[in-house]
Design a protein around this ligand. Structure first.
Ligand SMILES: *[C@@H]1O[C@H](CO)[C@@H](O)[C@H](O)[C@H]1NC(C)=O
Ligand SMILES: *[C@@H]1O[C@H](CO)[C@@H](O)[C@H](O)[C@H]1NC(C)=O
Ligand SMILES: *[C@@H]1O[C@H](CO)[C@@H](O)[C@H](O)[C@H]1NC(C)=O
Ligand SMILES: *[C@@H]1O[C@H](CO)[C@@H](O)[C@H](O)[C@H]1NC(C)=O
Ligand SMILES: *[C@@H]1O[C@H](CO)[C@@H](O)[C@H](O)[C@H]1NC(C)=O
Ligand SMILES: *[C@@H]1O[C@H](CO)[C@@H](O)[C@H](O)[C@H]1NC(C)=O
Length: 412
């Protein structure tokens, strides 16, 4: 590593310089300063020549990629800016660093979910929108299933059954807690679907950051048109094709949003949010949303309301129950049905919804969720109001796997 030696040499010189100054020898100092300037000049010249030679070599090898030069760091000291000298990792090859753009496909979706963008870079990248409506390629819309998980995904076998046979119509994204390091088997729908994650605290801004991180990663794939946020306790209550068609044929999003006059609603409004957010703007809703692409882009692009919520929505105000419901009502009320498609049971009271265990699961129970309600869909009344349900304990997996093939029409 030549760059390292140069750094060490410069460090060495500066230490010597400091010693000289302490010794009070002005003459020696001047000499050293001159020497140092000359060394710097030589070093810069070397790097410059080095880069030019590399550019020359590179363009000889791949002269059919004129974009290459733009991706080569021209004036940087090191061609491997993200790999410090002491790193035990070996630097990537030049080939990997230059990302040659060979076809439109390379722009449409990242090949790998792993990336080195920080949140700010990621959100900016995800906020980009094409200005030509018509696709120049065969565009098959997909549903992005975004799992915001606290630990593992105990109901994964049910989801595997749900996804099976529908490849190409969905994408999966997992936001994991950091202690989970194991990978799903290669045959799994969840294989290599983790996104770069950070710790998220319930009710805090870090939870919204995690949701926006999921949305932004999913937005990088231009085929994703609907975005569902799910937790590890969620289950699907219809088969894939029913859910896919329900979402794709709707011109609205399903993000719960209502005005709750009680203290656990309007009572959480903080006057300091005024005038950006007023009390009449204030909304509440479930964290588990489903949105269409246009709304997802707004949700990752918001720089106006997010700081106000981050600074002034602190417990007992829970950001995940108020930020998106208020934001969406404020910017695109006509694109939202204001109802969630994830069923949950609050009927037993308290501050947490009912958690279902093995003995609760039956066909009758699932049918009640599937058809036991009335709501508006695309302008008309329907009994299919919920496509997903929570909160299901890991012990429900066995009965669910037993019921699913018949009732939900899953492939097994
Ligand atoms: C490399 O050096 C940086 C800064 O000097 C230090 O923070 C880091 O821990 C070092 N890494 C290794 C792998 O030694
Ligand atoms: C819902 O409305 C959209 C646009 O108005 C239409 O394209 C779609 O077919 C409708 N879906 C259903 C299920 O009626
Ligand atoms: C959702 O709520 C907003 C704001 O209250 C309203 O403008 C919009 O019409 C509602 N949407 C539906 C489908 O009722
Ligand atoms: C839904 O609407 C039907 C027909 O209007 C009615 O018979 C039924 O009781 C309603 N169900 C609920 C849960 O409100
Ligand atoms: C959605 O579709 C319904 C039924 O076709 C229509 O009445 C409604 O205006 C549409 N809404 C939007 C926002 O396009
Ligand atoms: C999915 O369920 C619907 C009805 O709920 C059924 O008509 C359809 O055949 C099922 N699809 C598959 C692939 O099993």
């Amino acid at each position: 590593m030549k760059q390292c030696k140069i750094t060490v040499f410069v460090k060495d010189l500066s230490i010597r310089l400091r010693k000289e100054v302490r010794a009070g020898s002005l003459h020696v100092t001047t000499t050293v300063v001159i020497c140092l300037s000359m060394v710097s000049f030589v070093v810069i010249l070397t790097v410059f020549i080095n880069n030019n030679v590399k550019k020359y070599l590179v363009s000889e090898d791949h002269s059919y990629f004129p974009q290459l030069a733009a991706f080569t760091p021209l004036s940087s000291w090191s061609p491997y800016p993200y790999f410090p000298c002491n790193s035990s990792l070996s630097p990537p090859s030049l080939q990997q660093l230059q990302f040659p753009i060979t076809s439109l496909r390379d722009w449409l979706a990242p090949k790998e979910l792993r990336h080195s963008m920080n949140d700010k870079e990621l959100l900016w990248r995800a906020s980009m929108v094409p200005h030509i409506d018509e696709y120049p390629y065969n565009h098959t819309p997909k549903v992005a299933f975004m799992f915001l998980t606290r630990g593992r995904l105990p109901l994964a076998p049910l989801w595997e059954m749900f996804f099976k046979g529908h490849e190409g119509l969905y994408s999966i994204y997992l936001h994991k807690s950091l202690e989970i390091t194991d990978e799903a088997p290669e045959s799994s729908a969840f294989y290599k679907r983790w996104i770069p994650s950070k710790p998220a605290e319930w009710g805090r801004a870090t939870m919204i950051d995690a949701e926006r991180r999921l949305l932004a990663n999913a937005l990088l794939d231009f085929s994703n048109e609907r975005f569902v946020l799910l937790s590890e306790t969620c289950i699907p209550v219809f088969n894939f094709s029913t859910i896919y068609n329900y979402l794709m044929n709707s011109n609205q999003s399903f993000l719960g949003s209502f005005d709750d006059p009680r203290h656990m609603g309007r009572g959480r409004y903080n006057k300091r949010m005024w005038p950006t957010v007023t009390l009449s703007d204030w909304r509440k809703g479930s964290q588990w949303f489903e949105v269409l692409r246009k709304l997802a882009i707004e949700m990752v692009s918001d720089v106006k309301y997010y700081p106000v919520f981050r600074d002034h929505c602190r417990p007992p105000c829970y950001m995940d129950e108020h930020y998106f419901p208020t934001l969406v009502t404020k910017i695109f009320p006509e694109l939202n049905s204001n109802r969630s498609i994830t069923w949950v049971d609050w009927s037993r009271g308290g501050s947490h919804p009912t958690r279902f265990v093995r003995k609760d699961v039956s066909e009758a129970f699932l049918n009640q969720i599937r058809n036991g309600f009335n709501c508006t869909y695309n302008g008309s009344i329907t009994t299919v109001c919920f496509l997903f349900a929570r909160k299901f304990h890991p012990s429900t997996l066995d009965p669910l796997l037993r019921i699913a093939p018949g009732l939900l029409g899953f492939h097994s």
